[in-house]
Structure formats: structure tokens, C-alpha cells
Design a binder for this molecule. Structure first.
Ligand code: GUN
Length: 291
């Protein structure tokens, strides 16, 4: 391996430390404790793991954590009523509804019913519009974490060629907006992109967010490029024993690390930064709510 490892786990611990200091000041100087409400509908195992981890870290940095676990068959009206209650609760500064939602619930309707000022995911249509027009908004946590690591590694990103693979509303599109905001030349590639290997090969920065295990091989990467791997995919690992699995990213780590200048590992790269940014967004929401 020749690439520098971008240690998201260590970086996230530093960010959480700063969040904890901020929370302590809000408590001591202003008597305010930021609060984050997380709503989980149904029993999706991956979502349960994420929600548990978010709750634990929220408490660790000194904030209040409110968890709402609703039955998979919850009616839309009941979920909207809960969101309305949280919107009007002054102790709740951030609201996150874990996605994906069960099929019978209208995800757009649910997300857009969250008060944009409490939308710590940055998914509400007003926050999407504010980000797209370069105005102050809530910024989606995963792309924000990626941007922080890129800025930390490179300093200025101005003029760099960036390729984002994946066009989701959660990662791909907001990531492209953020890179554009930092004056990168941005390409969004996706499943219909022609000559994807050639498109990726032009990039100084590759952000892979497609959800396909080890899809990007090292020979797609320009020598010295920075690779940010957003994917978290569980695959079979018979080499570890029968029935065993392991986590891999959207990039083939070993071959990409031979060519890249810097790369994030999976696990321990983007994942921890996402939660750290969620906590930071909650503090931001709390500060804005209290002037
Ligand atoms: N599901 C996967 N990633 C996310 C995220 O960042 N926020 C929410 N609310 N749900 C998710």
C-alpha cells in the first residue's frame, strides 16, 4: 500500500471532543442542553445498529437523546403527529427520521414535515434549496464528513477535478454541491454513465457512494488521487470461517490503495464522521434556535 490512510475514526473522535466542549459551554454558561430526537420505524437490522450508535454518542458528548421506536405498521398520520410534537418541543433541537422508511410511508412527505431548523440531516427541501444556492443551511452529515476530511488532507480543493459516483439525495447530490462550493470541477457519475473507468481516471478526488461492494478497482484511479469511500457493504467472508462476513466499501481497497495518494478505509473512514457531523449539526441547530 502506498496511499496515506485518512483516519476517519480518529478525526471523528476529535470532532466529537469539540462538540462535547461546546455542549459543556452551552450548559454552564446558558443552562441549555442540546437534544436530538431519533425516530426509527420498523426493525431493519442495519438501521437499528445505526440508531443505537447515534443514541450512545449523543449521550457521550453530553446531549439529551430521545429515541422513538415505532412499529413497522405505524400509520403515516401517527408518524406525522409525532414529528409535529417534536417540532414544537423546545427541548428538542434536532430531529432525525431514520431512512429507509417502510414502503407504505411517503418519505418525502415525512421528511418535509420536519421543521427545517431542526432538520439535522439536511434532507428537507428548504435545506436542499439553501445548500444548492450557497446559503446557510443544514448540511447532510455524510457529505459534510467527507468534505471535512478532504479539506483536512488537502487544505484548499480549489480547481481540483472531483468525480462523485452515485446520485442519491442523501450523499451523491449534496456531495457534488459541497465540492462545487469549494470550487472543484465536479462530475456526477451513475449507473448510466458511459466509460465510467475513464471518467473516474480523470479525477483528483473520487467519492464513491453507490452501495456496490468493491465496484471501483485500483486501475480506475489516477495515480495520487484521493479516494473517499462512502460504501458500507457486508459480504460473505468464507476465509474467516463458515457463515462469517466482513465489511467492505464501494472501492476495492487493496488495489486502490496501491495507486491512490490517500484513501479512507472501511470501516473507520466515512462512517464515524457521519455521526460526528450529526452531533455537530445538532449543536448548530441548538445555537441558532437560541440566538
Ligand atoms: N439512512 C442511511 N443514512 C442515513 C442518514 O444519513 N440519515 C438518515 N435519516 N437515514 C439514513
Amino acid at each position: 500500500m502506498t496511499a496515506t490512510l485518512i483516519d476517519g475514526k480518529a478525526f471523528a473522535a476529535t470532532v466529537r471532543g469539540k462538540v462535547a466542549e461546546h455542549v459543556a459551554r452551552l450548559k454552564n454558561d446558558h443552562g441549555i442542553t442540546p437534544g436530538l430526537a431519533v425516530v426509527l420505524v420498523g426493525e431493519d437490522p442495519a438501521s437499528q445498529v445505526y440508531v443505537r450508535s447515534k443514541g450512545k454518542m449523543t449521550v457521550e458528548v453530553g446531549m439529551h437523546s430521545y429515541e422513538y421506536k415505532l412499529d413497522a405498521a405505524t400509520e403515516e398520520a401517527d408518524l406525522l403527529a409525532l414529528i409535529d410534537k417534536l417540532n414544537n418541543d423546545p427541548e428538542v433541537h434536532g430531529i432525525l427520521v431514520q431512512l429507509p422508511l417502510p414502503k407504505h410511508l411517503d418519505e418525502d412527505l415525512v421528511i418535509n414535515s420536519i421543521d427545517p431548523a431542526k432538520d439535522v440531516d439536511g434532507f428537507h427541501i428548504s435545506n436542499v434549496g439553501l445548500l444548492g444556492t450557497g446559503q446557510k443551511s443544514m448540511v447532510p452529515c455524510t457529505p459534510l464528513g467527507c468534505l471535512m476530511m478532504l479539506r483536512d488532507h488537502h487544505g484548499s480543493l480549489s480547481g481540483m477535478d472531483a468525480v462523485v459516483i452515485g446520485r442519491s439525495n442523501i450523499v451523491g447530490k449534496p456531495m457534488a454541491q459541497l465540492l462545487l462550493g469549494d470550487s472543484c470541477t465536479v462530475t456526477i457519475a451513475h449507473s448510466r454513465t458511459k466509460d465510467l473507468p475513464d471518467v473516474v481516471k480523470r479525477a483528483d478526488i473520487v467519492v464513491a457512494a453507490v452501495g456496490r461492494p468493491e465496484m471501483v478497482p485500483g486501475d480506475w484511479i489516477k495515480p495520487g488521487a484521493t479516494v473517499i469511500d462512502v460504501g458500507i457493504n457486508r459480504i460473505d467472508a468464507p476465509e474467516k470461517g463458515e457463515g462469517k462476513t466482513r465489511l467492505v466499501g464501494d472501492c476495492h481497497f487493496d488495489s486502490c490503495a496501491e495507486v491512490a495518494g490517500a484513501i479512507t478505509p472501511v470501516p473507520g473512514g466515512v462512517g464515524p464522521m457521519t455521526i460526528a457531523c450529526l452531533l455537530a449539526n445538532t449543536v448548530t441547530a441548538c445555537c441558532r434556535a437560541n440566538g
